[in-house]
Design a protein around this ligand. Structure first.
Ligand code: GLN
Length: 283
């Protein structure tokens, strides 16, 4: 079979399986992974015949995709803020929406002196996408925390490969065992409700439920604890930044105000949906 033949067959199979959002891209990326040929080379060499070994591997990878495994897990990588993060089933795949959280922290930091915003901790770090991006952009240390040791192993690998240095890691459930105080606490915690988890695509079923499940009917159980704990673990004038669903932003802003956070703001993502809530702690 030729490269072009495999691509056509794969696009048809993906569409049949209900995976019609980017079938050509998926086919191209799988081909690139196995043959090493990028998009342009695949077009130039479209009549090249695939070797039996290539074909066997492609069939195997394609069947994972037909089983609705996310492309990021099959490829083992995901782009976030222009950098390549290693990902696997131990961590949530970084979402483009989460770049709004990073952007909000970066624009806050630009108005502050370093002694005001340091140290920084990224809670529920998963792959480390948020904390490592902040560390890279700001040239500072960011502590990465997660209750999953498996996730921390992925974050550690990403810090070492992206920053060429390790970042401090803490294995903890939110801030339960924390003794330090921070200038910034940033988190994309699990916040989905059971109903929302059921409603999202089958692909999400491959991701760790622990990274998604907000553990209450409104998805806010962990965020409530996090806001409460943050009041004891932020320096005076420190800031808390949370990602959430648009249906939660108003309630989170209310919770933050009643926990003595001031200047509470809601920021929309690129789709125009409320995605980030943040505020400054005034003692
Ligand atoms: N935004 C993610 C999703 O909808 C949820 C991430 C989370 O719970 N932190 O899949």
């Amino acid at each position: 079979m030729t490269i072009d033949g495999w691509k056509r067959e794969t696009v048809a199979l993906l569409c049949e399986a209900g995976l019609a959002s980017s079938p050509s891209l998926d086919a191209r990326l799988l081909l690139e992974m196995v043959t090493g040929l990028d998009q342009a080379s695949q077009l130039v060499h479209y009549q090249r015949v695939l070797t039996p070994a290539e074909l066997a591997l492609l069939t195997q990878l394609r069947s994972k995709r037909l089983d609705h495994q996310p492309m990021a897990y099959i490829l083992g990588i995901k782009e976030f803020w222009g950098r390549t993060f290693a990902v696997d089933h131990r961590v949530l795949i970084p979402r483009a929406d989460t770049e709004t959280l990073v952007e909000t922290v970066l624009s806050y930091v630009r108005t502050k002196r370093s002694e005001e915003f340091l140290p920084i901790i990224d809670l529920c770090t998963g792959s480390g996408a948020i904390g490592i991006t902040l560390a890279a952009e700001l040239g500072v240390e960011v502590t990465l925390s997660d209750k999953s040791g498996d996730a921390l192993a992925v974050a550690d690998g990403n810090a070492r490969s992206i920053l060429s240095r390790p970042l401090p890691l803490i294995e903890d459930d939110l801030l339960y065992n924390c003794t330090a105080k921070y200038g910034i606490i940033v988190s994309n915690p699990p916040y989905l409700t059971p109903a929302w988890i059921e409603a999202v695509s089958r692909e999400v079923g491959w991701e760790p439920r622990m990274a998604l499940d907000g553990q209450s009917d409104d998805g806010l159980a962990l965020i409530r604890v996090l806001i409460e704990q943050s009041t004891a673990h932020l320096k005076d004038g420190g800031a808390l930044f949370l990602e959430c669903d648009r249906r939660q932003a108003e309630e989170i802003a209310r919770l933050m105000r009643s926990a003595s956070f001031g200047e509470v703001q809601v920021v929309r993502d690129l789709a125009g949906l409320e995605r980030v809530v943040w505020g400054i702690l005034h003692e």
